[in-house]
Design a protein around this ligand. Structure first.
Ligand SMILES: Nc1nc2c(ncn2[C@@H]2O[C@H](COP(=O)(O)OP(=O)(O)OP(=O)(O)O)[C@@H](O)[C@H]2O)c(=O)[nH]1
Length: 638
């Protein structure tokens, strides 16, 4: 899963970074080109340094003025000397930086568009509902795709016998994707509206590529759910195992709270209001049942292929009953996403590579601010490094705040190395008290659509951010009464569908430990208040609550009986767990061999710690305690 996704993002982002690095061609925006030109010119100035001493830079100082008065001449001379000294300084600094692989002196202080809020969107929905077409149409409407290129795509699609797939070729660039007419990997593109900047992730809709979709959606803020209004297509996507349902569950558990439902292909039903209302009613009640709040849902009819209701409101002769915003209008007017720029730094790493700027992480700033020159620590490898360069949308920046998707480059002298900066790692400032590495944790779960039962011993894969690790349910200390919310005193032997319980999870010993950022919130309920989802075939279950309990050792209540579960392994099939970390969930899937092997290759860490929690000033602070101490206490209790 991760491998495939890596390729896509690396090709888009790496290429861009490399293009910048070499100051070569590439698909840059005007601002990027301007900033790079600036940088190159400055480089040249510095290189020329000595030569300019000979008076070549006098062209900037009109000679006539110099001759006017001796005072002025003196002043000019002084200025010139100062400039020379500055050039010398810059030259030295640059030499030094070049040696270190650091280009701090070349940084831009601000992005040209930094006053606009950045939002990451993910396009989700059943296969062929029109996600890629919508992405193409959005890019065309915002000037990120030109008509000529689109015509080329359309022609190519026609030649391949896929007339109508032209728009999709903007994001489905891969040969296989074009040949199949399906998105396989998540593609990332950027666009801007009047008030906002967006990164748009086009996720695959096909059932086979759900892991790719999870990876792509892991860092999204808002989802655009594309539902086809075409007769039979909506029904197929919305049936029990359809991806309209599955993707909605996934994004919810990945922490997305806002969904824009675009009912697409309205041209197929002649813009009939009844069809739209029926779809709206069904999807709305389903999304609310998952846990989305009504006020966070928007519905609009569109016909992406013709670009109707994407950039411009609908003409009355096309559709007289819809009076709301068009898609780009809705996106532009969306409420600000809550961010934590003033909290400690936490950057989740999507992927990493070694490029012209050295070790580079493709990442998202989840909280805090990161600046060029910052000393940071990567977890779980616990290796330090210095940020030498930061890129946002291919532009060099001096800092990046919460919410931004970045390329973070490490100084050549950094201790952190490529092999250890695994996907899903978290970068934070050293000695931060809220990012931790763990092997064990406790969570409250609600089991939805569980065909059989759940007992101690479930083996599964845990996904957090972009990381997947193997884990196991090691205890079910309490069942929770759905009405009173009281915890049972006796540990249940097993759990059934729709039951809620406290369970303890352990990361398997040969697996990479995972890094947990505990986001700040105003009350414990806030951190714990979430919903959870279960899918019938996949047998998902969700951790409703994450509670790194202060008295974990006291509360833990392993039962020897439970340990000797009579249930056979046949029950332990394809599980997906969801664990919520404020706005982030962890997903656990069982028997995902590809992921397992992928991680096994690089698993050589051994962090053993659990959390203790205390509450101070409306924030949560965690102290690590040694796992062995914990086990000791625990075994004493037994
Ligand atoms: N009539 C009509 N067809 C559309 C519309 N939007 C998309 N299509 C067609 O639907 C088909 C699938 O579109 P895609 O954009 O590839 O669908 P997708 O959801 O990205 O597909 P996957 O990524 O493979 O899940 C193409 O033939 C499009 O031309 C629309 O508004 N009206």
């Amino acid at each position: 899963m991760q491998k495939i996704c890596t390729q896509t993002t690396t090709t888009t982002t790496t290429k861009a970074a490399e293009a910048n690095a070499s100051s070569g061609g590439g698909n840059r925006t005007k601002e990027e080109t301007a900033s790079l030109d600036k940088k190159v010119n400055r480089d040249r100035d510095i290189e020329k340094g000595d030569k300019e001493e000979g008076g070549e830079d006098d062209s900037n100082i009109p000679k006539k003025q110099d001759d006017k008065t001796p005072k002025k001449e003196e002043k000019k001379k002084k200025e010139k000397d100062n400039e020379k000294a500055k050039n010398e300084e810059k030259k030295e600094e640059k030499k030094d930086n070049d040696k270190k692989g650091d280009t701090k002196s070349l940084q831009l202080n601000h992005l040209p568009h930094s006053n606009k809020e950045h939002v990451t969107l993910v396009l989700i929905g059943h296969v062929d509902s029109g996600k890629s077409t919508t992405a193409g149409q959005i890019l065309l409407s915002t000037g990120e795709l030109d008509q000529r290129t689109l015509e080329k795509y359309k022609k190519e699609a026609k030649e391949r016998g896929r007339d109508g797939w032209g728009f999709a070729y903007r994001t489905d660039e891969d040969e296989e994707e074009k040949a199949r007419g399906n998105t396989i990997d998540c593609a990332r593109v950027s666009f801007e509206t009047q008030n906002k900047r967006f990164t748009l992730v086009d996720a695959p809709g096909h059932n086979n590529y759900v892991p790719n979709m999870i990876s792509g959606a892991a860092l999204a803020d808002v989802a655009i759910l594309i539902v086809s209004a075409r007769s039979g297509e909506f029904e197929a996507g919305f049936k029990r195992n359809g991806q309209t349902r599955e993707h909605s569950l996934l994004v919810y558990t990945l922490g997305v709270s806002r969904v824009i439902v675009a009912v697409n292909k309205m041209d197929h039903c002649n813009w009939k209001q009844e069809r739209f209302e029926l779809i709206k009613k069904e999807i709305s009640s389903f999304l609310k049942a998952i846990g989305f709040k009504e006020q966070m849902l928007d519905f609009l009819p569109v016909a992406s292929y013709a670009g109707q209701n994407i950039k411009e409101p609908l003409a009355p002769e096309v559709c007289s009953w819809y009076k709301g915003e068009c898609l780009l209008g809705l996106l532009d007017k969306m409420d600000k996403i809550e961010r934590w720029p003033d909290k400690p730094l936490a950057i989740s790493v999507l992927q990493r590579y070694k490029g012209d700027y050295g070790l580079t992480a493709i990442a998202k700033v989840e909280s805090g601010v990161v600046s060029v020159g910052d000393t940071v620590v990567a977890l779980p490898c616990n290796q330090t490094g210095t940020i030498s360069n930061l890129f946002i949308e291919n532009a060099l920046v001096s800092h990046a705040i919460a919410g931004e998707n970045i390329l973070a480059c490490f100084h050549a002298r950094s201790k952190v190395i490529l092999e250890n900066l695994t996907d899903g790692s978290v970068i934070c400032h050293p000695r931060t008290s809220f990012v931790h590495v763990a092997r064990k944790f406790r969570a409250e779960v609600l089991l939805l659509e569980l065909p059989n039962i759940l007992t101690i011993g479930y083996s599964a894969m845990l996904h957090i951010h972009n990381l997947a690790v193997e884990c196991q349910v090691i205890a079910i200390p309490h069942k929770i009464d759905p009405k009173t919310r009281e915890k049972s005193k006796i540990p249940p032997v097993f759990l059934r569908k729709r039951e809620s319980a406290i369970i303890d999870i352990e990361i398997k010993s040969d697996s990479i430990p995972f890094t947990v950022c505990v986001y700040y919130c105003t009350s414990l309920n806030e951190i714990l208040n979430c919903c959870f989802v279960v899918n019938a075939i996949e047998l998902f279950f969700a951790f409703k609550k994450l509670s790194f309990n202060r008295h974990l050792s006291k509360n833990l209540n392993f039962s020897k009986k439970q340990g000797k579960s009579k249930l056979s392994n046949s029950y332990l099939k394809n599980i997906l767990f969801w664990l919520y970390f404020y706005s982030k969930f962890v997903i656990i899937t069982k028997n995902n061999i590809a992921i397992h092997q992928h991680f096994e290759k690089r698993l050589n860490f051994s962090f053993e710690s659990i959390f203790h929690i205390s509450k101070q000033n409306k924030c949560f602070f965690y102290k690590k305690c040694n796992f062995h101490q914990f086990s000791h206490k625990f075994s004493k209790k037994i």
